[in-house]
Design a protein around this ligand. Structure first.
Ligand SMILES: *[C@@H]1O[C@H](CO)[C@@H](O)[C@H](O)[C@H]1NC(C)=O
Ligand SMILES: *[C@@H]1O[C@H](CO)[C@@H](O)[C@H](O)[C@H]1NC(C)=O
Length: 162
């Protein structure tokens, strides 16, 4: 029992301390940016975190990518669009948290379903400020810190796994 909870703690430490890995999310997966895909379903199956990128893949000229406001999105209107991409391999960084709206600005693509919105989640950070450790004596050449703690956690996890 004790060893199991220790393992959980060790693994949790590793996950929390690991830097967030930004992901490239190919919109529509293998099918890309296309009329055949249900993008609401695609959105439901993914998580969007600050630092990730959306990648829209399509035949240049057949579709486009318009970023719009909620109102523009609802109306399939690019009159007040925020940005437009049309290379066929468009990379859209998700650099802030919050909701963003996209659709294809070509022909009837948008009303035929080539649109979706995503909610971009903030990166979860360690918050050492929650319980700040006392500052070390100024001269301490101590080997303490995050790296040794991580190494200890990794060893503990490894010992319990193998
Ligand atoms: C792109 O559009 C052209 C012209 O309408 C069409 O012939 C072609 O099949 C389209 N390509 C794809 C991949 O949908
Ligand atoms: C975002 O997309 C969902 C799923 O299509 C839709 O129900 C919702 O109305 C959209 N939200 C906004 C604010 O456009």
């Amino acid at each position: 029992m004790a060893s199991k909870s220790l393992l959980i703690v060790a693994v949790a430490v590793l996950f929390v301390a690991a830097p967030a890995l930004a992901a490239d999310l190919v919109v529509g997966d293998d099918k890309g940016w296309d009329l055949e895909v249900d993008y609401d379903e695609w959105v439901d199956g993914n998580q969007f975190i600050v630092g990730d990128r959306l990648v829209f893949k399509y035949t240049k000229g057949n579709h486009s990518v318009v970023e719009a406001t909620a109102a523009g999105f609802a109306a399939c209107s690019d009159a007040n669009s925020l940005a437009t991409w049309s290379s066929g391999d468009d990379q859209v960084p998700l650099s802030g948290s919050g909701q963003r709206w996209f659709f294809s600005g070509v022909g009837k693509d948008c009303v035929q379903g080539m649109r979706f919105n995503v909610t971009v989640l903030p990166v979860v950070k360690l918050s050492p400020s929650a319980s700040p450790p006392p500052p070390p004596p100024s001269s301490a050449p101590s080997g303490g810190g995050v790296a040794p703690a991580l190494a200890a956690a990794a060893v503990a996890a490894a010992a319990l796994l193998f």
